[in-house]
Design a protein around this ligand. Structure first.
Ligand SMILES: [Zn+2]
Length: 423
């Protein structure tokens, strides 16, 4: 059995040139190719002389009578057959690769549209532009113009391309979320133009591949029926179950404070999802720190003691105090930037003002700490704070400032325009 198999494989390895002459077969030049009959273009499943022979003798009996083996007539006939076969495959290959190129071009253009959030209906204009440019630049190159005309750029193909992208993106995101240890969600509820309520879910997590925090839109869920907290909760849980996302990894949930999310007694507040609002949690945590310690010391859970020990360490409490103060400032800024009727020049001046403020914060930390009341209290309470390294906080603020400036470079581009508006 084993021997027989090896024999077939050995014979399989090579297509003999003489087979073209004997049986009118050729072997296309690509991996995994099967012999093709030059007369009828059929393929045989195995590269084996007996298979080719059987095909030739049963299907093309008259051919061997008309073109005798070894005759010049047969030789030139087979050459002609081979020539027409290879020309037609070349045409097919060329057409295939041109079609592929057109599809790729269409994908690339759809990607640009999606990145700039432009409506697909404008894609036709892009084609018009390319044809105009092509006409002006390569007036005699008909194949260039033909290729441009063949790029699928209709609203339909754009929609399909974008759906492909988003599907690919979403499955990559789900994969990253399965790999990460924790994630945080932010939800925003709004209505679309048909008045259907939508729940937009954003996710923030640490991506181990790129080693940085990533923020992505996770999904938009349609809220059918009522929009009370219970229904929203069910919809979200259902989504998590479909994509096998672990609810235990969810460490925070931010909402826009919509009454439906927090007002209803059956909503998130009363479920095992910890709820944070606009980052005020640090302030609350710090305000009730003594109560938390009391609670931890009365708890008999194993981790409670670890938490308590950690809260007894002076440096930890000082760090929490600092974070509470600095997040308060960030929240205040965030609050100022929100709301309707704000002009871009107001937003820009708020942001610039905050950037300057951060320099002030660095000085303030080493002096009176007027802007860091919680940190000040903790440092005053500490018996000996000569060993406290205030530089770590100054470095934190400096990093924050540079991060901040990176993010607002987009605003800088419009600064000149804003100055004109202001005068
Ligand atoms: Zn044939």
């Amino acid at each position: 059995m084993e021997r027989k198999k090896r024999k077939v494989e050995a014979e399989n390895q090579q297509f003999l040139a003489e087979w073209t002459d004997f049986y009118c077969f050729t072997l296309p030049n690509h991996v995994g190719a099967l012999p093709v009959c030059l007369i009828c273009q059929q393929t045989v499943a195995i590269i084996k002389s007996s298979n080719l022979k059987r095909h030739y003798e049963t299907k093309h009996k008259s051919f061997s009578e008309k073109y005798q083996l070894g005759s010049n007539l047969r030789k030139s006939k087979i050459e002609n057959l081979y020539l027409s076969y290879s020309t037609s495959t070349q045409i097919i290959n060329k057409a295939m690769s041109e079609q592929e190129k057109c599809t790729e071009t269409s994908m690339r253009i759809s990607w640009i549209f999606a990145k700039h959030m432009k409506p697909f209906t404008d894609a036709d204009i892009i084609k018009e532009c390319m044809i105009e440019a092509g006409n002006a630049l390569f007036d005699t190159k008909n194949d260039i113009m033909e290729a441009i005309r063949n790029i699928p750029l209709s609203t339909f193909s754009n929609t399909r391309n974008t759906e492909l992208f988003s599907k690919e993106n979403h499955s990559n995101l789900i994969q990253s979320l399965s790999a990460t240890d924790y994630y945080a969600l932010a939800m925003d509820e709004s209505c679309d133009k048909t008045d259907t309520t939508q729940l937009c879910i954003f996710v923030r997590y640490f991506d181990s591949t790129s080693e940085q925090f990533v923020e992505e839109i996770l999904t938009i869920l349609l809220l059918l029926g009522t929009t009370c907290g219970e229904d929203i909760y069910k919809t979200v849980i259902e989504y998590f179950e479909i994509y096998k996302l672990d609810m235990k990894k969810l460490i925070s949930l931010t909402t826009d404070g919509a009454p439906s999310m927090i007002g209803n007694k059956k909503g998130f507040l009363y479920n095992n999802v910890r709820w944070l609002s606009k980052g005020f949690v640090l302030q609350r945590f710090f305000a009730i720190l003594d109560e938390i310690k009391l609670f931890l010391s009365s708890s008999d859970q194993l981790c409670a003691k670890d938490y308590l020990d950690s809260l007894e360490i002076k440096e930890h409490v000082i760090s929490i105090a600092f974070l509470t103060d600095i997040f308060k400032h960030i929240n205040d800024l965030n609050f100022k930037l929100q709301g309707k009727g704000k002009l871009v020049c107001h937003l820009l001046s708020e942001i610039k003002c905050f950037s300057t403020k951060m320099d002030l914060f660095c000085e303030d930390i080493e002096n009176e700490r007027l802007h860091f009341p919680n940190l000040n209290t903790v440092l005053d309470d500490a018996e000996n704070n000569n060993d406290i390294d205030l530089n770590q906080f100054i470095n934190f603020i400096k990093k924050l400032k540079s991060e901040f400036e990176d993010r607002i470079t987009g605003f800088k581009n419009i600064e000149n325009v804003v100055q004109i508006l202001n005068t």
